[in-house]
Design a protein around this ligand. Structure first.
Ligand code: SF4
Length: 328
């Protein structure tokens, strides 16, 4: 029996693409890459959406965690970023290369994706798809069932493994044809899809660009970039201030960092300076913490804790103008 590898995201399109090919009698294996930038299931938990979708399709799934290579393409994408720090073209190339390795390992003959021509601004244009296939070394072996009739026949069609007549000619951003197919196939719970990528988020992207420019973009710092209010102190250190009780608790556990709280028993946010600060930076960070505390106007004490040491700094609340200048 002919085998194929489906790049399964957990979104609807890849599931539909898989279903079309499964129904033609091909033995389909799902392949899902877990990205450190997935908002649905961060960390190493595995992509719950894709696991659930593989179960619905009743096919085996291979989950692969990609970290360092992902970080590198985000920092330095050959084909550039989209609107955020999303290196979609490089990301697809990397994914296709990994899927091809898996395909060869299990003796499968082609790849299947849920891509729809013209659906995404950057990575799903005809010429871009060709470029991605070329650079990933998968030319002619990627079947895109949802748009296949608008594309050149692939090895799967040429060899008669799949019936081109039963493939589709969907294009553009409308979701109507896919929703109708989902109903027909009885597929459900496909909420995540492409919107789950943190790299397209404007706030995360702004912070990520700043972190890249300051050599701070690494696996350890990524969770931090999704939390708190961020400021760049004049001496160069990043200062992060909790926005709520949960973030304050998380930041107060950064024992080796410089943790700041307004003292004198006033309700206060917790802030963390991410590297050794200058005396001036301590003062400015203190004035920021006071801005996010219930301290009265005028001079107030701020407690700075670092690796067991305690220090008291007296400062005044920062002006809104300077605050905005320092905000990342
Ligand atoms: S949106 Fe994110 S996961 Fe999707 S192709 Fe772009 S970078 Fe990759």
């Amino acid at each position: 029996m002919i085998k194929a590898v489906l790049l399964l995201s957990g979104g609807l399109d890849s599931a539909l693409a898989g279903k079309v090919v499964i129904d033609m009698g091909i033995e389909v294996y799902a392949f899902s890459a877990i990205s450190p930038f997935c908002r649905c299931t961060p960390g190493d938990a595995g992509c719950e959406q894709s696991v659930a979708m593989a179960k619905q399709l009743n096919i085996p799934e291979k989950l692969v965690s990609i970290k360092d290579e992902y970080l590198e393409i985000v920092k330095n994408p050959k084909h550039g970023w989209g609107k955020g720090v999303n290196p979609c073209v490089d990301c697809r190339i990397l994914l296709f290369k990994k899927a091809k390795e898996f395909m060869e390992k299990i003796g499968a003959s082609f790849l299947i994706t849920g891509e729809v021509l013209g659906q995404r601004p950057k990575s799903q244009h005809f010429e871009t798809m060709k470029l991605i296939d070329r650079e990933a070394g998968v030319e002619g072996i990627v079947l895109r069932p949802l748009s296949a009739k608008l594309l050149e026949p692939t090895i799967a069609e040429k060899n008669g493994w799949v019936d081109r007549e039963k493939l589709l000619s969907i294009k553009g951003r409308s979701r109507k044809p896919q929703l109708e197919m989902a109903l027909k196939f009885g597929l459900r719970d496909y909420a995540c899809g492409g919107s789950g990528c943190l790299l397209t988020d404007p706030v995360f992207s702004r912070r990520a660009k700043d972190a890249i420019n300051h050599g701070e973009f690494n696996m350890k710092n990524i969770p931090l970039l999704t939390r708190g209010r961020h400021f760049r102190l004049p001496g160069g250190a990043r200062f992060v201030v909790g926005r709520n009780k949960k973030e304050n608790e998380i930041f107060s556990r950064f024992a080796q960092r410089y943790i700041l709280v307004a003292s004198d028993g006033v309700p206060t946010a917790t802030g963390v300076i991410m590297k050794t600060p200058s005396e001036e930076d301590k003062k400015i960070a203190s004035s920021i913490i006071l801005r996010y505390s219930a301290a009265p106007p005028g001079k107030n004490p701020v407690l700075i804790l670092s690796a067991g040491a305690k220090e008291m700094v007296v400062a005044e609340k920062i002006s809104e103008e300077l605050l905005e200048k320092l905000r990342i």
